[in-house]
Design a protein around this ligand. Sequence first.
Ligand SMILES: Nc1ncnc2c1ncn2[C@@H]1O[C@H](COP(=O)(O)OP(=O)(O)OP(=O)(O)O)[C@@H](O)[C@H]1O
Ligand SMILES: [Mg+2]
Length: 225
Amino acid sequence: MSKIKGENIIKNYNGTLALNGINIEIEKGEIVVIIGPSGSGKTTLLNILGLIDKPTDGKIYIDGKYTGNFTEKELAEIRNKKFGFVFQFFYLIPELTVIENVILPLWIKEKKFNKDFVEKGEKFLSDFGILNKKNAFPSELSGGEMQRVAICRSLICEPEVIFADEPTGSIDKNSALTFFNFMEKLNKEKDITFVIATHNEIFLQFASKIVYLKDGKIERIEKGR
Ligand SMILES: Nc1ncnc2c1ncn2[C@@H]1O[C@H](COP(=O)(O)OP(=O)(O)OP(=O)(O)O)[C@@H](O)[C@H]1O
Ligand SMILES: [Mg+2]
């Protein structure tokens, strides 16, 4: 399932109102693009909808269930089982190699290592043109390479929802096209939901819903495709 609903979300960072009364509903199988200028609250909203961060006020429902009184363990389980993340600043684990970073979510999800994971991870790395970097450490990669590793890692578990924060900000046109192709394919074939925060209007053509964010508020919501 994985329907997500945010009700009157407020996020106050010591006086900075990053989100000021957001109401949003995301149905299964949507591609929701959250677009807005720098500082408008995109990352904050993505982290709250993805249950990484908690709102100061307001409610998040997943499949109709209020999440405000879930334990950390319950929240982590939803994140791990249902969600995939491409973070704006990648957050690769520096001590792990590229292939280890990519397969880590699968390893955690399945609770034990299986060598098929490596094959699966290598396939994604190959699709994104970085299989030759599989044994490198994150510190040895360019920004665009790191972003491609982060994308592969978000795809490895085939989650129900992928939250992607400016996922093509550091990559070249070809890798961006690979990402768009994957997004469309996973969305069509597996009904995977995408929630994407971006400045990049190129995403608008793929969106089922476009959320225009400004100063922590939704200016308007447009229906896409
Ligand atoms: N941890 C934090 N502590 C204090 N203020 C924060 C924190 N995170 C974000 N903010 C503030 O909240 C507002 C929204 O930030 P956010 O990162 O959500 O914006 P954004 O739309 O993702 O911007 P960008 O396009 O630059 O990534 C900004 O004013 C920012 O300075
Ligand atoms: Mg951001």
